[in-house]
Design a protein around this ligand. Structure first.
Ligand code: NAP
Length: 244
């Protein structure tokens, strides 16, 4: 059975991708930063109910040592790593002139260095297999910028450069590397905005609505599956036509 690893997958977009890849037949290695992230959470049960194997691995993906140990454990337990989804991410928004060095460094470490950490250790496994799919979670903020998100936009723009460099380096080894750039996706955070704030956001979106986590997971499924075999180094924006 092919194996997919999804970082930051206890909830949100990561959990939706894990569930979708499980329904596509992948065995699933979930990751999140703490056991607490999996409390009051039925993602493992939902995945196992689909008849595939599912294990969870606790690691902070910004920490190279923890990632190295986790990747070794996943490879030892499952035997292969066929799909890697670098999804874990955080925001620490604020105006540039007031942004602390701590919040700049934290967002870069969790969103950007984590992608290096994971790829650094998973790519050798995929190179030996001579096949693999890597999907990196960027954002429209990385493509177009966003006020109040200097640190987040920097991390998500870097992910695009990392995706393209790795795609060029690994294409001849049978490893495809692509990025997804979501726009406004319906989450507790976006749902909590006032009607006025939502109206202002919908004005900018051709489809006049938020996207759903399942709509992100559908594109991840395409990038993880056989129909995307000749797609690499691409950034797929999923934003309902936020920018064209
Ligand atoms: P979310 O609901 O906050 O989920 C992110 C998950 O990552 C959480 O379970 C979180 O754990 C985990 N995580 C945080 N730091 C981690 C670390 N150091 N190591 C391992 N796991 C860690 O976020 P989301 O909205 O689903 O977003 C998922 C990805 O899509 C992110 O990369 C985000 O930037 C990107 N994105 C989201 C949107 C959107 O509208 N939601 C738009 C564009 C891009 P805890 O919370 O338990 O600490």
């Amino acid at each position: 059975m092919a194996v997919a690893v999804i970082t930051g997958s206890a909830r949100g977009i990561g959990a939706a991708i894990a569930l979708r890849l499980a329904s596509d037949g992948f065995d699933i290695a979930l990751n999140d930063i703490s056991e607490k992230s999996f409390e009051n959470n039925d993602i493992m049960d939902k995945i196992k109910a689909l008849g595939v194997r599912c294990e969870k691995y606790i690691a902070d993906v910004s920490n190279g040592g923890q990632v190295e140990a986790m990747v070794k454990e996943i490879k030892d337990n499952f035997g292969s790593i066929d799909v890697l989804v670098n999804n874990a991410g955080i925001t620490r928004d604020g105006l540039l002139a007031r942004m602390s060095e701590e919040n700049y460094d934290l967002v870069i470490a969790v969103n950007q260095k984590s992608v290096f950490n994971m790829m650094r250790h998973v790519v050798p496994v995929m190179m030996k297999q001579r096949s693999g799919r890597i999907i990196n979670m960027s954002s429209v903020a990385g493509l177009h910028g966003n006020p109040g998100q200097f640190n987040y936009s920097a991390s998500k723009a870097a992910i695009i450069g990392m995706t393209k460099s790795a795609a060029k380096e690994l294409g001849s080894r049978g490893i495809n590397v692509n990025a997804i750039a979501p726009g406004f996706i319906s989450t507790p955070m976006t749902d909590a905005l006032t009607d006025e704030q939502k109206k202002a956001i919908f004005e900018m979106i051709a489809m006049k609505r938020y996207g759903s986590v399942e709509e992100i997971a559908g594109v991840a499924s395409f990038l993880a599956g056989k129909d995307s075999s000749y797609v690499t180094g691409q950034v797929i924006e999923i934003s309902g036509g936020l920018s064209m």
